[in-house]
Design a protein around this ligand. Structure first.
Ligand SMILES: [Zn+2]
Length: 104
């Protein structure tokens, strides 16, 4: 199964808004229901970044400069340095953008 950054972004949006629960949501890449969401933000303005990753295929995305939605908890930047977010393969928007293929 292939997944694009946009697939992940869409799902992240639904989960963040609460229209889809993170426990029930399927990984856009492998279909496992093993997604995790973690926000990291400053307590001052609740602005930071959000991550969503899959614990089955270890792929995921980072959303930079986002605010923590109402009802979501978050870690501080100091806490995040302690390694609460595992290493996963980060799907970048560019990775799936059409590439120019030079003609032979
Ligand atoms: Zn997966």
């Amino acid at each position: 199964m292939t997944s694009t950054y946009f697939d992940w972004l869409k799902l992240f949006g639904s989960v963040a808004k609460g229209t889809e629960s993170v426990d029930a949501a399927k990984c856009p890449r492998c279909g496992a229901r093993q997604l995790n969401v973690q926000y990291v933000a400053s307590p001052r303005d609740r602005i930071g970044y959000g991550t969503m990753w899959c614990e089955n295929c270890w792929h995921g995305i980072w959303i930079s400069r986002t605010n923590v939605p109402e009802g979501w908890s978050y870690a501080t930047f100091e806490e995040a340095e302690g390694g609460i977010i595992p290493d996963f393969v980060r799907i970048e928007p560019e990775e799936h953008a059409p590439r120019f293929e030079p003609r032979p």
